[in-house]
Design a protein around this ligand. Sequence first.
Ligand code: CA
Length: 475
Amino acid sequence: MKSIIKIFLLSVALCGVANVQAKSKPNLLVIMCDDLGYADVSFNVQDGVEAAIPTPNIDSIAKSGAKCTSAYVTYPACGPSRAGFMAGRYQDRFGFCGNPTYDIHDETVGFSLEEKTLAEALRPVGYYNGIIGKWHLGAVKDKLHPLARGFDEFYGHLNGGHRYFPKDLKIKDPYSAPTSAEAYKTWLLHNHKAVLPSKYLTDEFTDQAISFVTRNKEKPFFLFLSYNAPHAPLQAPQEYIDRFSHVKDKDRRVYSAMVSNVDDNVGRLLNTLSEKNLDENTLIFFLSDNGGKVKKKPTANNGPLRGGKSNPWEGGIRVPFAVQWKGVIPPNTIYDKPVSSLDIFGTIAELSGAPENRGRPLDGVNIIPFLTGQNKGIPHEQLFMRKHAYGSYTIRRGDYKLVIDKQSKPELYNVTDDISETKILNDQMPERVHELNGIIKTWNSGLKEPVFEGEGNASAKALMQKVKGKNRRPN
Ligand code: CA
């Protein structure tokens, strides 16, 4: 009997060793949506409440692994948020403080040449890197194009958004588009070659992702599947719009259709990973680059969160976030402590042994030990956000969040007890306000001024100069 137990224990131990070896240099799949609302994935809808947009496939990522309920991005809009993710460092550290305009000549308008992208970090440790979909980190062909920034393959668009149906893509050469608005109408780029997609963009991008995974299943890969959905323009295939015929508002109906289409496509890609036996050696992150848009009318649904895209409130920066790593992260994990999009870089850098960002400290950390429960501490003492042109700052530290926005006085909230940011606690906790203001000030002193103006920021700055409030900056 004893020997049977010994053999059993030995085989468990050996399996453990094999497991660890198989887990070294896992593939990394990052699926990023664009402007997706916090409650527009059903895994963030309260138990017992019917989800407005069912997303069973996206939910399966959270169910097979973890959902992070307090996950933050580093900016409430596309470009800077993506720059932070791609660097594993606050983008304000390198002056990426606004959405880059579509500029094919100016190499300063995009991801700093002095920084290292996640792809550039992973390449020396043997990763094969692909990006499919939206780039938005610069449009200078030989300097800022994904192939110049560590990626081996690119299929997508350099601009911040794109029209979804091939019939609308009237401009063949993406580099001939004179403005960001015109760049929505170009053909796509397959590496450096202009190509006319044959399908609705989300379907097309997923086909490409399936091809990438299938072709590269033998090597460690990093695939950044960067859907532009459900970012404007609101366009969806009719059969998906028909799924939401009960939704009265037309924009909400089409938006829901776009998200449902993303979900079906995520399902197709996950099935491919399973078929290729890549499930256990692929670390998957699903997130949105910023909160859902609710400004004029609530097209997206951020659930209980206040505000949405562009705002420093939770609706702008707290996003849907799920992580799957089968065999490592226990299924149905719910993780409530604050994590960040910066942690994707931090996690894979540590797992793969990739050198850090040219010797400069990463702001992201490896969150796997936290998600598995091995580390009971907190991944971050605090997380920040700065909107330079708007004089807007936030800090989340523990349960508390301080928001400095435009001309208003700093406002302190307890976002654990009061997720909707309704009760200002300044009067009750002046010392906390002072403390958090001081931490923001110290953080801000290590940041750069904007390297490029950023779309719309000139008018924002002009407006700010007219505002005479004294508390626009940390003081
Ligand atoms: Ca976005």
